[in-house]
Design a protein around this ligand. Structure first.
Ligand code: ACO
Length: 150
């Protein structure tokens, strides 16, 4: 079941850290966002975070599935839930960003309908103090994708 995490509940940083490098980076958006969790047998096994960017646009800032439960369709389920929720809230656009070294994520986002519209050059060089390597390649740019909701 997917439900919104309430303000008085503990934030599952362990899951958020699967998708973002540092707690500092997460804390830049988490208090200003809505958190949705996926629970199974009373355990939180997946998460996504929505942040309003403007009256028209909302962004998925973080999406993560516990490593034991990846590759079973939960990520796709969460993305579809986020898209439906953004639409129901009346937003015109939903966006998501991913590193330029993450083909699996890019593929997944494109599969549920996201299209690339921008590349934030040097995003990971300018916003993270330590170099980040993914698949043996230094992460530099953020690929931005969006869906126009109607
Ligand atoms: N290898 C290649 N492609 C894969 C794999 C794999 N091992 N697993 C999933 N995929 C792709 C496939 O295209 C799959 O589509 P298909 O089911 O039609 O074949 C698609 O992803 C969907 O797979 P799901 O099972 O729904 O994905 P999952 O539940 O594993 O969630 C996620 C995907 C969220 C990326 C998860 O793997 C994860 O938590 N990764 C670590 C954190 C992360 O990288 N988060 C995204 C960072 S960007 C951001 O947060 C905005």
């Amino acid at each position: 079941m997917i439900r919104q995490l309430q303000k008085d509940e503990e934030i599952p940083y362990d899951l958020l850290l699967l998708a973002d490098e540092t707690i500092e980076a997460i804390n830049r958006y988490i208090n200003d966002s809505e958190i949705f969790i996926f629970e199974k047998d009373n355990e939180t096994i997946a998460i996504y975070v929505l942040q309003k960017i403007s009256d028209y646009t909302i962004e998925i800032k973080n999406i993560a599935v516990d490593t034991k439960h990846q590759g079973q369709g939960i990520g796709k389920l969460l993305l579809r839930d986020a898209i439906a929720r953004a639409k129901a809230k009346g937003f015109k656009t939903i966006v998501i960003g991913t590193g330029d070294t993450a083909p699996k994520q890019l593929h997944l986002y494109q599969k549920v309908g996201f299209e690339i519209f921008d590349i934030k050059k040097r995003f990971f060089l300018d916003n993270y103090p330590n170099p980040i390597y993914e698949n043996g390649v230094r992460l530099k740019d953020m690929i931005m994708l969006k869906i126009e909701l109607r």
